[in-house]
Design a protein around this ligand. Structure first.
Ligand SMILES: Cc1ncc(COP(=O)(O)O)c(C=O)c1O
Length: 381
């Protein structure tokens, strides 16, 4: 879809893109200035493999202040984006014959990280009506002794759903009982619109569960820094060390300029985060209303991230431009071909019937795009 959209754009076609997975804001200026200063000061060389000590200290302070979890710098690994931390942790922990629980709908990279470690993802259902929390019956039916880990992502990409504390605690207890490592992807931690975000590891400690948790975090979404490639992981030192060894051979360290900018992001003025969050909340309310007003569409209100995940299943099996719409790939393609709007089919996230709309774009574009989707839907026979 993205390639097609890029081709159409290159042809001068007015394409509206709801597939974007990053904030549309620029990186805040004080963070850019810190990156510029790092370059001017000649801070352009390798850093310590697991990350600059000053940055890891700043991360520890952030984790204590915002997430209520204490770590020492040796428990932290800074990576080229959180993606590299997630890749590292799967490489360090999993191997042939292992299985790892991944909840569906899933961010497309989770099953692939598991497969790249020669392990197999075990796809477990979630309950759409319940903020996409796990279907614990499905989970208990799928437990085997091969399972070595579980990946959770709340707030979630693609659903925007946020799990309640009870669901996280229940999963932590199951993980502890079965000796699974819990990988908690919390990259949307600061984009929570109703209520407070709670880290999985905080609950693990608070409830004295004793599960092994690796928390993976990113500066990409919180500070609009996707291109700087800075993320990190926090967890038990032996696992972090194993991850650092893999990273050391793959990329040496995360980029030095991004780490300097990262220190400023974590320790500097946080009003930029609140401002972006306010804009995202307004856009969320706006797009959810518009989507629910479309004929045959229902969309739950996502608690976080910047994705809406409406249900388009009432259009499955019908005809668009004379072609059978058998899945959401067909529906997304029909919408693109018909009204030049790019969306992401839910089938790719293991969620047939749903389509993902990113609202990391202006309200004007949201309005224009959803108006176009309406006209496309009205022509489905
Ligand atoms: C759920 C989730 N985890 C991790 C990432 C990757 O973040 P980073 O840019 O830090 O690699 C993304 C990016 O889209 C994401 O959606």
């Amino acid at each position: 879809m993205a390639t097609k959209a890029a081709e159409m754009k290159a042809e001068g076609i007015d394409v509206i893109n709801f597939s974007v997975g990053e904030p549309d804001f620029n990186t805040p200026s004080h963070i850019i200035a810190a990156g510029q200063k790092a370059m001017d000061d000649g801070f352009t060389k390798y850093t310590a493999g697991p990350g600059m000590i000053e940055f890891r200290k700043a991360i520890c302070e952030k984790l204590k202040r915002e997430n209520g979890i204490t770590y020492e710098p040796a428990d932290i690994l800074v990576s080229n984006g959180e993606k590299q931390s997630l890749y590292n942790v799967c490489q360090a922990l999993f191997d042939t014959g292992d299985e790892v629980v991944v909840f569906r709908p899933y961010w497309v990279s989770f099953p692939e990280f598991v497969r790249l470690a020669d392990a197999e993802p075990v796809l477990v259902d979630t309950v759409a009506e319940n903020n996409f929390e796990p279907d614990f019956d499905d989970l208990s039916n799928k437990i085997t002794s091969n399972i070595k880990g579980v990946i959770l992502n709340s707030p979630s990409n693609p659903t925007g759903g946020i799990w309640g504390e009870d669901a996280i605690v229940k999963l932590l207890r199951i993980a502890k009982e079965n000796n699974w490592v819990v990988i908690s992807d919390e990259c949307y931690e600061r984009l929570v619109y109703d209520g407070e975000f709670v880290s999985t590891e905080k609950l693990n400690r608070q409830h004295k569960i004793g599960a092994v948790v690796i928390t993976c975090l990113s500066l990409s979404k919180t500070y609009a820094m996707t291109g700087w490639r800075i993320g990190y992981a926090a967890g038990p030192r032996d696992i972090i060390k194993a991850m650092a060894k893999i990273q050391g051979q793959a990329t040496s360290c995360a980029n030095s300029i991004g780490q300097k900018a990262g220190i400023e992001a974590l320790t500097g003025d946080q009003s930029c985060v609140d401002n972006m969050k306010t804009a995202f909340r307004e856009r969320r309310d706006f797009i959810i209303q518009l989507l629910n007003d479309l004929p045959g569409i229902s969309c739950a209100v996502p608690g976080g991230a910047f994705y809406a995940f409406p249900d388009f299943s009432s259009y499955l099996g019908r005809l668009g431009n004379g072609n059978l719409l058998k899945d959401t790939f067909d529906i997304s393609e029909y919408i693109l071909g018909c009204v030049n709007v790019v969306t992401v089919p839910g089938d790719g996230f293991g969620a047939p019937g749903h389509i993902r709309f990113s609202y990391a774009t202006s309200k004007e574009i949201i309005q224009k795009g959803i108006d176009r989707v309406r006209s496309a839907l009205e022509n489905i026979a």
